[in-house]
Design a protein around this ligand. Sequence first.
Ligand code: UDP
Ligand code: GLC
Length: 397
Amino acid sequence: MTAATAATAPQRRILCIDHAGVLGGAELSLRDLAVSFGESAEVLLLADGPFRAALTAQGVRVDVEPLGALGAVKKDAGLPSLGALMDAAGIAKRVARRARAYDVLYANSQKAFVVAAAAGLLARRPVVWHLRDILEEPHFSRANITAAAQLANLRAAGVIANSHATADAFVAAGGHRELVHVVHNGIDVAPFDALSPDAGPEARRALGVPAEAFVVALFGRFHPWKGQQVLLDALAELPGVHALIVGAPLFGETAFEAAQHARARALGIADRVHWLGFRDDIPALMRAADVVVHTSVLPEPFGRVVVEGMLAGRPVVATRAGGVPEIVTEGETGCLVPPADAPALARAIRGLRDNPAGAAAMAARGAAHARAQFSAGAMCAGVARALDAILHEVARA
Ligand code: UDP
Ligand code: GLC
């Protein structure tokens, strides 16, 4: 998305805060939102990395304020150490100084929300949390879930949830329902529209994937809950089928990534698995595949990759959990399979391979649905509306 296509939000001064410097789904969504917020917004990252350049390239003002020891606190850990809390106090003060030039603090991640909550208190600014996680075990520890929901009840002027599933988990964790606005993610369709008809075959040639092979592709960072292992197990039941596995261990999961390479060798399928690492040409790679799969074994809060697969005009097979059923209607716009069920995944892939006409029709319905329901414009407008409503309430209080 470019500034020219950005939603015409009023010029509220928004300080967006994100703990990550890498390009995860939350960050890619914020990139489009920050463009739509316009010139009066700035993004403050709590870690440096490629996200900074991705924002700058879109004309978004960005600065970095590193987190220190708090950055090392893992989401499934218990409460943070004293050192981490001291660092949090220091960063809260520094962020509060910046916050005074803004009308609202918009936190794009849980760690960012903790920092924003403290900074907002010091600077007397409202805080909005864009909640992109399912606050459930085992995604998070019980202590973390309770603390996050209670902090939101105390300090968030509003919570924007990326799906109804995310909203429901927040409420089940003790979060106040009246704080929550659900806004589904949306994806910029321009890179998909810009693809030439040869994009798929060209990508296959560049990757050395046989032109005639049946290819499934999985997109996502390496993490046990993203389920790369399930695709490998399914592939072992699908002789001759190739897999593209696209993504990197963004948050240090290198041992898990290495274990998947070993698993492919042990299963005897290594010659059919193409590990592509992190890529920025996702639409073309999706076109190189016959089927796009999503394999998360825990509830996916939203799942941008599912919408992207649909926009690429590919049939998707995704897991029935979290926000995914809000995107895909089983048998209509895609296939849904139970999480962590490799035989079911293999069956769904086989079903699509053996019925090309049905698969193409499903892909066409999926593409139309994704365009209509999950556009970047709709997401930006939805977030602008939610911010309006939240700030209106703040002004009345
Ligand atoms: N992605 C990417 N390069 C990769 C793998 C993934 O740009 O190598 C993108 C993918 O296209 C999607 C995002 O990363 O837009 C992942 O978002 P999703 O919501 O699916 O999962 P998350 O990582 O946020 O949990
Ligand atoms: C998170 C979630 C993912 C969601 C993304 C954007 O990273 O894991 O499901 O699509 O945020 O909201």
